[in-house]
Design a protein around this ligand. Structure first.
Ligand code: IMP
Length: 430
């Protein structure tokens, strides 16, 4: 009976981590976002209410769950305050008794967003297609020890000193890239104001999570983005700037490895990617268009159309191996209804050699060819089905073949965006 679950995306993000976290957090005491920032867009739908969470954990809609943002996330205070206001307007109260932010969390500040946009412009054809949320520059500052952390907001003299050094250098780069330098005094004032509003939420979150784990409370870690966007293990350089693979949750939060964690791999029944980078099973033809239209495949943060394509078992195997996935959640099965045949990539060929578990570095090689099998599709509309017996046999077979193909059982199937459009095959907390 695991007391600790990790929700980990195993494709290129947008797999449905928000929905799964929302469902599993109904039995959780703590829900922890441990990396990333406002680049994420985790959607939770309850009845006719749709909430897109960017920085707040997707346990927010369950009043009994305490929400934690750990020290390895990068938080944009301006958009966080707006997100909290929006949630309050939607009737979700997230006061300092329910939302904890680590004192060591780095801030995403306006100069990070300016730099993100300018760097993308300078990259030209080889741009990454970032979300423009300042994520890369904020993590650069973390790594180069120039970041501003929440703890810095509460000591004006120290904040002004740090900002002096940091902003002088960042402004030089902004000017070099053709941008408008930012005013230091205005930045310090804004930080002090954000600090004043957010101070009640700030604490030593590692101590909170450790105490919960050691007293047997249920802790759910929620990753953002997907394994193939992981800074170390993804399709570098077309990745985000944080460690997205599920097991990173423990070192990034600052706790040891709990006794029996279950890492749940969240995947769509097909593949999507937003932004640039290799995507060997992308379909720019009719099926890709069908998936985008029927699956509403537009970024929940940026609104950009997502690139769509066929299921990729070799890359799923890679992500399962990388993250130590013990169970799968397969989402968006309803989108496939009506497709008679479903091409599925089962392995890759690279100059005559078969690869069942390719490394993402191989994907950019133009000689790499997906090996497809055609699986049967189903005509029946499965939208909203919550009873496994009501699924057409071809849909059940599709899931069984995924399980066999990656060697992990599926414990949750999703047939629509609402909470109720879910088949919970096995409760992972039980
Ligand atoms: P960044 O994280 O904004 O720096 O963007 C780097 C890459 O990750 C780009 O290809 C983005 O489209 C992608 N990305 C970042 N966050 C998400 C997400 O939440 N879902 C899907 N793609 C994402």
């Amino acid at each position: 009976m695991p007391g600790c679950l990790v929700v980990s995306g195993i494709q290129w993000g947008d797999e449905g981590k928000g929905k799964v976290t929302d469902i599993l957090s109904r039995s959780a005491d703590l829900v922890v976002r441990f990396q990333g920032g406002a680049n994420a867009g985790h959607t939770v739908v309850v009845g006719d209410r749709k909430v897109v969470l960017h920085q707040v954990p997707s346990g927010a809609l369950n009043p009994a769950a305490t929400c934690v943002i750990g020290p390895a996330g990068v938080l944009d205070p301006e958009t966080l305050l707006k997100e909290m206001d929006d949630l309050a307007a939607a009737g979700v109260s997230l006061g300092p008794d329910r939302l904890f932010i680590s004192h060591a969390t780095h801030l995403v500040l306006p100069y990070h967003k300016t730099l993100d946009a300018l760097r993308e412009r300078a990259r030209g054809e080889s741009r990454i297609g970032t979300t423009g949320r300042g994520i890369g520059p904020a993590y650069e500052d973390m790594a180069s020890r120039a970041g501003i952390r929440f703890a810095d907001l509460f000591d004006t003299a120290r904040l002004a000193r740090r900002m002096d050094g940091v902003l002088t250098e960042r402004n030089a780069i902004i000017k070099h890239l053709g941008g408008q330098p930012l005013d230091r005094a205005a930045m310090v004032d804004a930080c002090i104001e954000w600090g004043r509003k957010l101070q009640p939420f700030v604490r030593d979150t590692a101590a909170v999570v450790h105490a919960a784990l050691s007293s047997g409370r249920r802790v759910l870690f929620e990753s953002a983005q997907g394994t193939l966007l992981d800074l170390l293990h993804g399709t570098y350089p077309y990745v985000t700037s944080s460690l997205t693979a599920g097991p990173a949750a423990f070192p990034l939060t600052g706790v040891g490895i709990p006794r029996d964690p279950l890492v749940i791999g969240i995947m769509k029944a097909y593949s999507t990617r937003v932004g640039a980078g290799p995507f060997p099973t992308e379909d720019e033809g009719d099926v890709g268009t069908w998936l985008r239209d029927k699956g509403s495949e537009y970024g929940s943060t940026t609104g950009r159309p997502r690139r769509c394509g066929f299921l990729d078992l070799p890359l799923l195997r890679y992500a399962v191996r990388t993250c130590g996935i013990g169970a799968l959640a397969v989402l968006k099965l309803d989108v496939l209804s009506g497709l008679a045949k479903l091409p599925v990539c089962v392995a890759y060929d690279l100059r005559g050699r078969r690869h069942d578990v390719p490394h993402p570095d191989m994907l950019a090689d133009p000689a790499l060819k997906p090996i497809y099998e055609e699986w049967d599709g189903w005509a029946e509309d499965v939208a909203g089905i919550a009873d496994p017996a009501a699924l057409p046999s071809a849909a059940r077979d599709y899931v069984r073949r995924i399980e066999a193909g990656v060697g992990v059982p599926a414990i949750l199937l999703s047939t629509g965006s609402d909470r109720s459009h879910t088949i919970l095959v096995r409760d992972p907390w039980a």
